[in-house]
Design a protein around this ligand. Structure first.
Ligand SMILES: NC(=O)c1ccc[n+]([C@@H]2O[C@H](COP(=O)([O-])OP(=O)(O)OC[C@H]3O[C@@H](n4cnc5c(N)ncnc54)[C@H](O)[C@@H]3O)[C@@H](O)[C@H]2O)c1
Ligand SMILES: [Zn+2]
Length: 361
């Protein structure tokens, strides 16, 4: 059942996000409706394949699509040029023509690899996103960004390549490990900070249901996050604006990206962003007047989420180096819930204060 349709307005590249429960079985119908080429290749990882590949293939075959699938190993370590090259080679071996489409069935990692391959194989395949993790259903499947890690920089290589549509089935979340559900909140918590303060109250009031991936509550939160993301993407498709637009969604990411890479990806992206959000909110209390009681709400939510986040082995000096050199020291800091500001003058002491705070959680 499709329960919400959200539109990403981008002129001739506009597309819908179909949110629902059990709607993976409409994949074939939607591909037909969107004139997706008849030859399609699904990219999944082992876990997302177990969760939905059979149903996706059956739905496409029922509508007459010629379907192949490629299943890659799971994990952030796979998000690199070697994996993309392996997928390119497999497509060539299968003699996939230019007039074909790639369907990403998976989390943010599969989505990013599939998006990159779709945008580069024979200069561009059709592309559809079917996100299967909470993080990808509230954030990464929308907006057309893809990124491959190239040491030492996360997402160093990538393109902007919008999908023809996004089909998100919250039923797929019932097999998602609890740790991955918690990680999804890293991206979710950005949205009340960036634009919709009432979303925080909703999350606080329904956290147990959300952690149990209850259908109605997940749909409510996902649709609210995606509406905000769709608006920011429409305003600033290629993240060209420096003081508004898509850059706002980097809240929590200055510190988050540093922690994620310095943990050698032992921290999930979402877990690192959760920590980043708290550290940056603490910095914002000290220098942007972000109310201490709003920080306390974020900390309380963090504690209720109980993420498995240890940064014990990562030094402040290493984090500072990563933030100020690789990330160029750009922070998106909240002034209050629903209002953020891009700043480039956070100093070492302020960063150390934020890090001290998250080490004490
Ligand atoms: N392109 C963007 O705009 C954007 C935005 C945010 C994040 N990202 C990227 O997304 C990535 C993180 O995404 P993620 O958290 O989805 O990680 P992920 O893709 O690694 O998925 C997390 C884990 O869940 C498993 N899984 C997926 N679906 C499942 C299901 N239905 N049932 C059981 N297990 C399942 C996966 O195999 C994996 O082990 C990071 O690389 C991050 O940089 C990209
Ligand atoms: Zn992110």
């Amino acid at each position: 059942m499709i329960l919400h349709t959200i539109h990403v307005e981008l002129g001739e590249r506009s597309y819908p996000i179909y949110l629902g429960a059990g709607n993976l079985s409409f994949l074939g119908t939607k591909c037909k409706q969107h004139n997706i080429p008849q030859r399609v290749v699904i990219l999944a990882d082992r876990n997302s394949a177990r969760a939905g590949l059979k149903r996706a293939v059956a739905s496409l075959k029922q509508e007459g699509f010629h379907v192949s699938s490629l299943v890659m190993p799971p994990g952030e370590q796979q998000k690199n040029l070697s994996r993309a090259e392996a997928v390119h080679s497999a497509l060539l071996r299968m003699r996939i023509p230019r007039n074909a489409a790639m369907i990403a069935l998976g989390g943010g990692v599969v989505g990013d690899v599939a998006g990159f391959v779709a945008s580069t194989y024979r200069r561009g395949l059709g592309f559809v996103q079917c996100p299967t993790t909470l993080l990808s259903q509230v954030d990464s499947s929308v907006g057309g960004k893809n990124g491959l890690n190239h040491p030492p920089i996360k997402n160093a290589i990538g393109t902007y390549y919008q999908p023809a549509f996004v089909l998100s089935d919250v039923k797929l979340l019932c097999t998602l490990p609890h740790r991955e559900v918690v990680a999804g909140f890293g991206e979710i918590l950005k949205y009340p900070i960036v634009s919709d303060s009432t979303l925080l109250s909703y999350i606080e009031g329904h956290l147990d249901a959300l952690l149990a991936t209850a259908r109605d509550q997940i749909l409510e939160v996902a649709s609210r996050c995606l509406r905000i993301k769709a608006a920011l993407v429409s305003e600033d498709e290629n993240e060209l604006l420096s003081n508004r637009g898509r850059v706002f969604l980097n809240v929590g990411h200055a510190v988050g990206h540093a922690l994620e890479t310095l943990s050698s990806y032992k921290l999930r992206h979402g877990e690192a962003v959760l920590l980043g959000i708290i550290a940056e909110a603490q910095i914002a209390v000290a220098r942007e007047g972000f109310p201490a009681q709003e920080l306390a709400r974020l900390v309380q939510l963090y504690r209720r989420l109980k993420p498995r986040c240890s940064i014990r082995g990562i030094s402040n000096a290493a984090i500072a180096k990563s933030v100020f050199q690789k990330g160029a020291g750009q922070f998106v800091l909240p002034r209050k819930l629903g209002e953020v500001r891009v700043v480039r003058d956070v100093n070492d002491h302020q960063l150390a204060d934020g890090l001290r705070f998250i080490r004490s959680l």
